[in-house]
Design a protein around this ligand. Sequence first.
Ligand SMILES: Cc1cc2nc3c(=O)[nH]c(=O)nc-3n(C[C@H](O)[C@H](O)[C@H](O)COP(=O)(O)OP(=O)(O)OC[C@H]3O[C@@H](n4cnc5c(N)ncnc54)[C@H](O)[C@@H]3O)c2cc1C
Length: 453
Amino acid sequence: MSTHTDAADAPLTVLGGGPAGLATGFYARQQGLDVRLFEAADAVGGNARTLRMGPFRYDTGAHRFHDKNASVTADVKALLGDDLRRIDAPSQICWRGRRIDFPLAPYNLLRSLPVSLLAQISWEQLSIPRVSDDADHFREMALQSYGPTLAELFLLNYTEKLWGADATELSPRVAGDRLEGLDLTTFLLEAFGGTTDKARHLDGSFYYPRHGYGQIAEATADALGRDRIHTGAQITGLSHDGTRIRRVTINDATPVEVERVVSTLPLTLVARLLEPSLPDALRAVADSMRFRHLRLVVLGLDRPRLTPNASLYFPDRAVPFTRLYEPTNRSPDMAPDDQTVVVLERPCHPGSDAWEQSDAALRTQAVTLLTEQGLLDEDEEVVASTHHAVPFAYPILEVGTEEKAERLTSSLERFENLHLLGRSATFTYTHVHTLYARARRLAQHLSSAPQPA
Ligand SMILES: Cc1cc2nc3c(=O)[nH]c(=O)nc-3n(C[C@H](O)[C@H](O)[C@H](O)COP(=O)(O)OP(=O)(O)OC[C@H]3O[C@@H](n4cnc5c(N)ncnc54)[C@H](O)[C@@H]3O)c2cc1C
């Protein structure tokens, strides 16, 4: 690895090889820019990778490619060709032995819930204020938008388990776009007229690559050029002169001079890596921002399928897992014929009992849950199992976090050659298609902007 580069021909330096970093490099190459990318891990893909367990494949958490940006979809289709397929697989909630469509669809609720509960929910739908746009926290938003009964049954319990925080401490933004089907019009239309397209296909239709979600990252890395990607290269320092990033340090050993830098590393990490360091007050802000981590239990099963679903959700607080997904319902190529693979997600705070719990104990909890739910007959069906940790899975959007992220990002704006892009990099709840769209805009901007002197 060279330690010195002439400013004139210096490449664009991209930090991190997850979707945001790879997309930045890919679009920058399309704009004719020279690129080099540094990734700490030994493989690219970040939190959107596909891993192997013998003949089984699974992703680092349940992923789907959303068709929400036509030109990004076209770019990803061009990268993957026929391997990118449209999938129709609905998701469901496991609730007191019943299965309810997710996201919550009024028509399905009407068929699945007892009449007394339905009457209560219907009354609340007509009487709640629906002024959630200015809610101070997630609890207020859920109560105002869905009424206390629906909120308590399905939203508050699941949300608190996923994020590991009280719903009054969470920003309304943690909902993402998951709850958008339950508006009053849809509810009334369905209550009196039957299911609508909006509810039926809210979450069940998406794109998914034949060999797993990580194929998107791998194809993007191929198009960017593998020789431009340096894996096993952890950024351990970011030296600056007050207005520009001058140097990055790789693996505590190798200084590399830089011109323009795109960082997709967690915002809080960038705040800690700067040399000279940020003022104490800003470092304290970074220290107070938290990420939720995930543990995955992966089970290979000697049967063709466990569920017909893309994902199954467990809102019940007593169940340690939030979600199960079955990769074979996204692509049959994820397991051998007549076998399947399932992954259970266990959100944790680092250092907590759940994070420290042994793999064997977590596996037992997973098998017990599947047996109790009537999904699995016996442990003998499990022919393979493994575990995987996904640190920094979700930036925890607590009340006030947006302002903290804003303070940090604006303090970094004084570095004229530093650009931030990515989920953890901007501390926002963004998806892959959005990151690709932003990466393309940034690459266009960088190719047209003059190099800073
Ligand atoms: C369980 C789960 C399910 C999800 N489902 C979906 C979905 O269905 N659809 C969707 O669009 N999105 C989904 N997402 C979100 C998606 O995974 C993220 O938006 C995406 O991975 C963010 O990409 P990124 O490049 O910003 O960050 P990351 O994927 O986190 O990549 C950051 C990269 O930086 C590297 N890095 C970190 N520190 C250093 C360092 N010091 N030096 C060098 N490299 C470093 C990391 O190793 C990593 O490779 C899901 C996420 C999770 C956790």
